[in-house]
Write a protein that binds this ligand. Structure first.
Ligand SMILES: [Cu+2]
Length: 67
């Protein structure tokens, strides 16, 4: 299981975090996603089939690209 923090500048509120959480879950293999509105960060715990690349792709697709 991998654990990774992504910086996501487009996060502005808890609603953004919820949107990102729901979308990332659709990848499968995403077991936990915590969000930090103040620091504009998300922390994701994931395993196959989720990969860093798939997570980054999904974030870009929903207009919350990670730096
Ligand atoms: Cu928001």
């Amino acid at each position: 299981m991998a654990k990774q923090t992504f910086s996501v500048p487009n996060i502005t509120c808890d609603h953004c975090i919820n949107t990102i959480r729901n979308e990332l879950k659709e990848i499968g293999g995403v077991n936990l996603m915590d969000g930090d509105v103040k620091n504009k960060e998300i922390t994701v715990e994931y395993e196959e089939p989720a990969t860093e690349e798939k997570i980054r792709e999904k974030l870009k697709e929903i207009n919350y690209p990670a730096e």
